[in-house]
Design a protein around this ligand. Structure first.
Ligand code: 5AD
Ligand code: SF4
Length: 440
């Protein structure tokens, strides 16, 4: 028997990349690779990259620089770049870093095995097409291993919204939804391998409109109701959603579907109508707030999460103040805020930029408000009983950690539970980033 080759994958960016990396590892497993945790003993290094902000993209080149020595010592080492930087920069990557052997965009991962073979033959391999075929169906490799209790499952890719700041419609392409039967098959397979919670992924997941078993268009809510019937699957989540695609059936499911968790990531980006318009968001601050009212009417305890961009071109202090007002009104359990980053090729890149020091100051003020809200919500959990899905041992001996239905990290000392168990836990203390509880 030949010794297996070793594959080191480093994943950047969003959860969709995490899912893609798992599938790439499986596909290359079929080529005789096993995963390793260190680049030092790898026969192939694959960086699964993110292009959403400039910093994320530039990181890749410094990371590649670090592998120069490794490649010099081990000429057989193959280095690949996958993901959205690969899609956006293509050949340019090999020009800037000639030691890169393989560049593969997110829609071409099913071609990885043949691309890997090409690199073994001493050639460079580049593929940044948007092929018609379903990459996930063709991305098949070694038999799949036992899994932890939580998993991602990509159901939709790409985006047709073209927000003026965003590269996603260019790097991931147009919206494509996977057919329902394939998603259900994959979900059942995950459950057989130990998974109890599935997070459905898509750049615009609530715009999901995959073909149902009879060929008719589905909605995300219909898909969730089908998953609700999968025995052994206990929890369903989904991310990321767009306010304009929060359909009535999805809002209703939040109130009525037992397995759908009370957590919703619904980015609004800004609280200023003027900026929202310039962002091409096609909703207003008020329509977003009214939408949240409807969601909370269906599920009063739902925990809201969001994304914000500060310092978008032409943003004034008054626009920023409107964002702070919106955050005050919503009260977020989690929120992610970013300083606007110019992305080449997007409409906003051409516009008047906000002074970077001003943008930094706004970011700090927004983050202070968000942190206060997050803390208040965490503190308000003390005394309440939540359901925790236990995922792994905690840092202290005998401790077990997991997530509540609201996605809060919860740990329990001397917990008589195993990985994959769900138990009622009474929260007794709140720290900065986690809650402590006792089995109720
Ligand atoms: N600059 C800063 N943040 C961005 N995002 C997307 N594009 C940019 C950009 N050019 C943020 C948005 C999005 C999240 C995933 O990343 O808030 O919701
Ligand atoms: Fe980017 Fe906007 Fe599409 Fe989200 S909805 S992926 S921010 S273009």
């Amino acid at each position: 028997m030949t010794t297996p080759k070793k594959l080191f994958i480093k994943t950047y960016g969003c959860q969709m990349n995490v899912y893609d990396s798992e599938r790439m590892a499986e596909a290359l497993g079929g080529q005789g690779y096993v995963e390793t945790r260190s680049p030092d003993d790898a026969d192939m290094i694959l960086l699964n990259t993110c292009h959403i902000r400039e910093k994320a993209a530039e990181k890749i080149y410094s990371e590649l620089g670090r592998y120069k020595g490794l490649k010099a010592d081990k000429p057989d080492l193959k280095i690949g770049v996958a993901g959205c930087v690969a899609q956006a920069e293509g050949q340019e990557i090999m020009r800037r870093q000639p030691m890169v052997d393989l560049v593969v965009g997110p829609q071409s991962y099913h071609r990885l095995p043949e691309m890997e073979a090409k690199t073994r033959a001493g050639e460079k391999a580049l593929d940044t097409d948007f092929p018609e075929e379903d990459k996930f169906e063709k991305l098949k490799g070694r038999p799949k291993a036992q899994r932890g209790p939580t998993a991602f499952l990509t159901v939709q890719e790409g985006c047709d919204k073209f927000c003026a700041f965003c590269v996603v419609p260019y790097t991931r392409g147009a919206e494509v939804s996977r057919p329902v039967d394939r998603i259900l098959t994959e979900a059942r397979d995950l459950v057989e391998r130990g998974v109890r919670e599935i997070t459905l992924l898509g750049q615009n997941v609530n715009a999901y409109h995959g073909a149902g078993p009879d060929g008719s268009d589905y909605t995300l809510a219909k898909l969730i109701w089908d998953l609700d019937k999968v025995d052994g699957l206990e929890r369903i989540r989904f991310t990321t959603s767009h306010p304009n695609d929060m359909t009535d059936d999805l809002i209703e499911a939040h109130g009525t579907c037992p397995k759908l968790m009370p957590y919703l990531h619904l980015p609004v980006q800004s609280g200023s109508d003027r900026i929202l318009k310039r962002m091409n968001r096609s909703h207003t601050a008020d329509s977003y707030l009214r939408l949240i009212e409807r969601i909370r009417a269906a599920r009063p305890d739902i925990l809201m999460s969001g994304d914000f961009i500060v310092g978008f071109p032409e943003e004034t202090e008054a626009d920023f103040q409107a964002t702070l007002d919106l955050v005050e009104e919503v009260t977020y359990g989690y929120a992610y805020s970013f300083k606007y980053s110019t992305r080449p090729g997007t409409p906003a890149a051409e516009r008047a930029q906000v002074d970077p020091a001003e943008a930094d100051d706004r970011l700090q003020r927004l983050q202070a408000l968000i942190t206060r809200q997050q803390r208040d919500i965490q503190n308000s959990m003390v005394g309440r009983t939540v359901n925790v899905l236990f995922e792994k041992p905690g840092r202290l001996p005998g401790q077990m950690g997991g997530k509540s239905e609201y996605l809060h990290a919860v740990h329990v000392a001397d917990a008589p539970v195993g990985i994959g168990d769900i138990a009622a836990v009474r929260i007794v203390d709140a720290a900065a980033n986690s809650l402590a509880g006792v089995i109720a």
